[in-house]
Design a protein around this ligand. Structure first.
Ligand SMILES: C[S@@+](CC[C@H](N)C(=O)[O-])C[C@H]1O[C@@H](n2cnc3c(N)ncnc32)[C@H](O)[C@@H]1O
Length: 150
């Protein structure tokens, strides 16, 4: 909605129908044309036009190791070559055990290797009702696969 309000063609997905219903209603109230669909981020189908940019706030950190690999394959189908994926996830800097799985910088770099390039990983934070939580904000570009048979 933030990007749609600034003139970008924007689309959002979530696996939860209630989340999509609420997003559609909010967009309608704000007079925005952003499109919202229920979809499985682990199994995205090739869109008519691939996206320049994909933004993930709080999704990657819900996945198991196995699903992280499925997710990066799924993402590669919907993002164009040289397009950028912005990842915001709970970081291993966050103390305690409350909340989602903590993610390390090394894990991000390991999942997003060929055909991806990690441009940067910066310390950031999630603002929540309960305060703040340490996060990583990563910029990751999709490249042509170095080894097409790999
Ligand atoms: C921690 S919430 C983050 C929600 C929102 N992006 C935000 O920043 O507040 C994680 C969201 O991921 C969604 N989700 C989990 N697995 C998913 C999947 N495989 N495909 C699509 N959405 C999924 C959940 O329904 C939930 O809404």
């Amino acid at each position: 909605m933030y990007l749609a309000a600034r003139g970008f063609a924007a689309a959002g997905i979530d696996g939860a129908p209630t989340a999509i219903k609420k997003a559609r209603a909010k967009a309608k109230r704000r007079g925005l044309t952003a499109q919202f669909d229920v979809a499985d981020a682990l199994n995205l189908s090739m869109p008519k036009q691939q996206f320049d940019t994909v933004i993930d706030s709080g999704l990657f950190h819900v996945f198991s190791d196995e699903d992280r690999a499925r997710f990066s394959d799924s993402l590669a189908r919907v993002i164009r070559l040289d397009g950028t994926y912005f990842l915001m996830c709970f970081s291993d800097q966050q103390p305690g055990v409350w909340g989602p799985r903590r993610v390390t910088q090394a894990e991000i770099r390991s999942v997003f290797s060929d055909p991806w390039r990690v441009n940067y990983i910066k310390a950031s934070s999630f603002e929540m009702n309960e305060g703040h939580a340490h996060a990583w904000l990563a910029s990751i570009s999709r490249l042509a696969r170095a080894n097409p048979n790999g």
